[in-house]
Design a protein around this ligand. Structure first.
Ligand SMILES: Nc1ncnc2c1ncn2[C@@H]1O[C@H](COP(=O)(O)OP(=O)(O)OP(=O)(O)O)[C@@H](O)[C@H]1O
Length: 581
């Protein structure tokens, strides 16, 4: 557990130790007045009490109480500030780490689970530093201070009280085991509920359409029931442990009373010392009870710490800073790649010269998207190499790497913000003039002028207030503003009506001027002008050349072309029959 804490906060150790020192001092000042008050009892038991001494002790205690108040408020503020700052810092650290991980990680791990680490586990982590550790530090030092007084008064009775502490250890061991076991199950149930909710809410439109809301709700209901069951179990663990620990402490307190009586009757213990033990002995166990509860909580939080650590230890993509490319031809050299065990790309080699257009075509599943994903480093190649300007893309730092690309995908992602701000994502310091220019070039002004607030109109979540074609044009404007030397286009016009398609084709022509372009196109008619066309078949390049060259080969590409030409004659006339237009 300590290992996990140290690992997660390694850059913040010094601050943590400073906060801990405040807590320790606080713990000492909570217990010290109790020991000092015994001096009054001592004095009162004397035949001629010195009231001067008693007044001095009262004055001293007043000062100590003020100091205690000062340290209590200081340590509370400091530990809260530190924990909030720490959780904020940790979320950024995780975000930064996630950014540098390959897409493979996100495909394998449930996004709801990742969100749960960032939100729930980091909240638990915050509680460790805001409550658990401060309480534990203060309890340990409080107990330590009282123990010093007890040993000073009478070591025999002090040992009798202290001996209870190691006896509670087996309980701690059991709690470790139980909390680990049930804590993991609880976290699993919590994640499952989160994911089920997410899936339910995201898919509610489709569930309604297919009349499946009831069936899906059942699985959500089951997840909630499981969470309830695991929550009860995890909540129930501290109860018996804390209770048993309390019983052990009470027993040893009673034993110390009996032992004190025995020594008192035997004449080896003064009455005032015995009274001191009756008071301080009881007080000694109070912080220890707090300690037991907090320790069990801390063990549970350790499940969260392990999850945070596991995420932070997941490998990131190598991004050593080597020389940056100064020209932008792309080269695939004998690239092999598979998502899992199954090979998807086999020995892919091609060069896309600077400022030329390379089109990827082929049947569904032939590997077109995978080639673009490897080029954009969503994944890294298994074998072979991809270079830009002669430099292996794995050795370009991620920050620089993403500046090399503009991507226009079919699946456009827009932020729930204004059109203006969505476009400015491409270049945050762009002037209004630049934004206007790209919106014009991307054929957006025509529909923006009809919106109530022009380019300040909010687009809704994921651009829900705009049509597919409008969203795509905005994403093209964003890519234009970024003005990156390489453009990746993925089926940008696949599902558009003819009018939108014309607008988008115009916008794309503007975007790709003087760029190195790699385009995935299902509509072969749109890439007839490409400098080279790679026809992919089952993860291999079956043919390559210009449109004319490939048609003349009368091979795979020519077949695809002919099929599409024929398919363009499909007409829906009510009975799904084929007829030439
Ligand atoms: N994330 C993934 N995990 C596992 N397999 C995948 C993943 N993405 C794609 N595949 C598989 O890799 C193969 C190539 O897929 P890819 O998406 O590159 O094909 P594509 O030519 O772009 O297809 P489409 O034209 O339908 O988009 C397919 O068999 C697909 O099932």
């Amino acid at each position: 557990m300590i290992n996990n804490i140290w690992f997660v906060i390694k850059e913040k150790k010094a601050e943590f130790i400073r906060v801990l020192i405040w807590e320790m001092i606080h713990g000492v000042f909570v217990s010290a007045p109790l020991g000092i008050v015994m001096v009054i009892i001592w004095e009162l038991f004397k035949e001629f009490p010195n009231y001067q001494v008693i007044w001095s002790v009262v004055a001293m205690m007043t000062v100590m109480l003020l100091v205690q108040f000062y340290f209590a408020s200081k340590s509370m503020v400091k530990s809260n500030e530190f924990s909030f700052e720490l959780s904020n810092w940790l979320r950024l650290k995780i975000g930064n780490h996630l950014q540098r991980m390959s897409m493979g990680y996100f495909k394998k791990r449930d996004p709801g689970d990742i969100a749960s680490v960032v939100l729930q586990d980091v909240s638990n982590f915050e509680n460790i530093f805001a409550h658990a550790i401060p309480n534990i530090a203060s309890a340990i030092f409080g107990t330590f201070t009282l123990s010093i007084f007890l040993f000073w008064f009478d070591w025999r009775l002090a040992i009798c009280l202290i001996v209870a502490i190691p006896l509670v250890y087996p309980l701690i061991w059991i709690s470790n085991y139980l909390v680990n076991k049930f804590g993991q199950k609880h976290v699993k149930a919590r994640n499952k509920t989160g994911s089920s909710f997410l899936e339910y809410v995201q898919g509610i439109r489709h569930l309604k359409a297919f009349g499946q809301t009831g069936a899906r709700f059942k699985s959500l209901d089951q997840a909630l029931l499981e969470l309830k069951k695991q929550s009860i179990k995890v909540e129930a663990i501290p109860g018996p442990i804390v209770l048993t620990a309390s019983v052990v402490f009470e027993i040893f307190f009673l034993l110390s009373i009996a032992l004190g009586l025995y020594y008192f009757q035997g004449g080896s213990l003064d009455l005032q010392v015995w009274i001191a033990f009756l008071i301080l002995g009881y007080a000694l166990y109070q912080p220890l009870k707090v300690l037991t509860v907090e320790y069990v909580i801390l063990r549970y939080m350790n499940v969260s710490l392990s999850r945070i650590r596991e995420l932070l230890e997941s490998p990131i993509q190598n991004d050593e800073s080597k020389p940056l490319p100064t020209s932008f031809p792309i080269e695939f050299k004998n690239v092999h790649f598979g998502y899992d065990e199954r090979s998807v790309l086999n020995d892919i080699s091609f060069t896309a010269s600077q400022n030329t257009m390379t089109a990827l075509v082929g049947a569904s599943g032939s590997g077109k998207t995978t080639i673009c994903s490897l080029l954009a480093r969503f994944w890294d190649v298994d074998k072979g190499q991809i270079t830009i300007g002669g430099i292996d893309i794995r050795s370009i730092s991620m920050d620089h790497f993403y500046q090399l690309f503009s991507e226009v995908f079919q699946d456009v992602y827009l932020f729930d913000d204004s059109i203006y701000n969505n476009v400015k994502v491409g270049k945050p310091n762009a002037t209004d003039k630049e934004v206007e220019k790209v919106l014009n070039k991307a054929q957006c002004m025509e529909f923006i002028s009809k919106l109530p607030e022009g380019w300040h109109t909010k687009v809704g979540e994921s651009g829900s207030k705009l049509s597919g074609g409008q969203k795509q044009r905005i994403s093209i404007a964003r890519a234009m503003l970024k003005d990156a030397p390489i453009v990746l286009l993925d089926e940008a016009t696949a599902s558009l009506d003819p009018e939108n398609e014309i607008y988008i084709q115009r916008a794309i022509q503007e975007l790709i001027k003087t760029k190195t372009v790699v385009v995935i196109a299902h509509k072969l008619a749109t890439i007839q002008e490409a400098d080279q066309i790679l026809a992919l078949k089952e993860g291999k390049i079956a043919e390559r050349g210009t449109h004319e060259e490939l048609l003349n080969q009368r091979g795979y590409y020519a077949k695809l072309w002919n099929t599409q030409q024929n398919a363009s004659g499909w007409k829906f006339n009510g009975q799904n029959e084929k007829s030439k237009v």
